[in-house]
Design a protein around this ligand. Structure first.
Ligand code: NAD
Length: 260
């Protein structure tokens, strides 16, 4: 199935992993609905830069903590493009803190953005995919969907949750030519991780260099960060015909972290 002319909605695609996935998809001529926060002019520049192969790129500023905005985003995308063929639930935030100091509002925000938004997008987009007779849902999980680290209660809980959602949806749509999978990256050096390096240094009382060496890359046996381009390539693979029978999995891209 050619991907050219298909339409993808990628939440949190103004930065980091989501942006790299958008760039990879744009190369294939896929129409894209970008989403996420940032400087309006920078987002407009990104939008224009992705219209490279006769594809159309639009942008929605829907806030992933707001179910109404999510439903509106899906409906207007369907009005413009027909179905959303590829849904990438990627928006995410992090907060690092010992449990006794963990702000309840951060817990709520992480649950809403990293977990519940994927429920709301999938719920709203699945009817269109069924009607189109083809679909791919990719949930951006994490090695933290499989194992824990201290001080990340909300993130680890949300990422474990999204794996459960992934498996459930995979079964529900298995006979509709729709797959649903989770990608579980180890550490990727995006703005989300840059902020974490500083926060972890504070929480553990160590330097940022020590955080990279002794916390982040300790778990990654390759001693290398995963790159955004690698995740983008894997997302494209999951959309390919070769991946038609891959559904309900956690695809680990973690340099051996969860093998240990
Ligand atoms: P990032 O900070 O570079 O990008 C996050 C994106 O989410 C941005 O576009 C941001 O605007 C958007 N976003 C945040 N809050 C939003 C909201 N309320 N509504 C809409 N959009 C919102 O982070 P990243 O590292 O590219 O992370 C992307 C995904 O990958 C996240 O789900 C993250 O948990 C996951 N992940 C990242 C790593 C890593 O090491 N960077 C590892 C594993 C998993």
């Amino acid at each position: 199935m050619a991907l050219n002319g298909k339409t993808a909605l990628i939440t949190g695609s103004t930065s980091g992993i989501g942006l790299a996935i958008a760039q990879g998809f744009a190369q294939q001529g896929i129409n894209i609905i970008l989403n996420g926060f940032g400087d309006p002019q920078e987002i407009e520049d990104i939008r224009k830069s992705l219209e490279i192969n006769g594809n159309k790129i639009t942008y929605s500023n829907a806030d992933m903590t707001k179910p109404d905005e999510i439903v509106n985003m899906i409906q207007s995308a369907e009005q413009k493009f027909g179905a959303i063929d590829i849904l990438v639930n990627n928006a995410g935030i992090q907060h690092v803190s010992p449990i006794e100091d963990f702000p309840p509002e951060k817990w709520d925000a992480i649950m809403a953005i990293n977990l519940s938004s994927a429920f709301h997008t999938t719920r709203a987009a699945i009817g269109g995919m069924r009607k189109a007779g083809w679909g791919r849902i990719i949930n951006m999980c994490s090695a933290h969907g499989l194992v824990a680290s201290p001080y990340k209660a909300a993130y680890v809980a949300a990422k474990h949750g999204i794996l459960g959602l992934t498996k459930t949806i995979a079964l529900e749509v298995a006979q509709d030519n729709i797959t649903c999978n989770a990608i579980c990256p180890g550490y990727v050096r995006t703005p989300l991780v840059e902020n974490q390096i500083a926060d972890t240094a504070k929480a553990r009382g160590i330097s940022e260099e020590e955080v990279i060496r002794d916390v982040l890359l300790t778990a990654q046996w390759t001693k290398k960060f995963v790159t955004v381009e690698q995740i983008s390539g894997i997302a494209l693979f999951l959309c390919s015909d070769s991946a038609e029978n891959i559904t309900g999995i956690d695809l680990r891209v973690d340099g051996g972290w969860t093998a240990a």
